[in-house]
Design a binder for this molecule. Sequence first.
Ligand SMILES: [Zn+2]
Length: 135
Amino acid sequence: MIPEIDVRTLTAKKSYEGALAFSFAPDPELLAIPFTRFEGEVHAELFYRIFEDNGVEVTGTIAFTLAGECSRCLEEAQAAVTGTVEGYFLPGESDGENYGYRFGKVDLSELMRDSVMFALPARLLCDACKQWEKE
Ligand SMILES: [Zn+2]
C-alpha cells in the first residue's frame, strides 16, 4: 500500500522530516514494452521534508523487477530496475510543475506512478543479449 503523508498531524507535532519504506503493486498499464510484466511489487524508500510554507519535498528510490520476453531474441528475461523519486507537493491543485495536495494529506500515488514510468527501460534484454550488445 502507498502511505499518505499526514502534513497537518506532523506539523502539529513539529515533526518536519522522516523516512518511509513501503511496497505497492504497480499498474500493469504503465508497461510500454510488449510481453513484459512486473514481477512482484515495487519497493520504495523515501525521505520527506516539510517546509514552512507547507511545501513537501519527497525524494528517494524505487526498485522492481521486470520479466517477460527479451526484446531481441524472445527468450524469457528478467531485469532489476531502479529509479529515483523526486517530487514537490504544494497545498492546493497541481500547477503542472509541482504536485498538489488537499485536506492536509499528501497522496503519493501519482508520484509513484510517474517514478515507475520514468524508471522503465525502453526494452528488456536477457543476459545473453546484454552480453552480445556489449561486445
Ligand atoms: Zn535475448
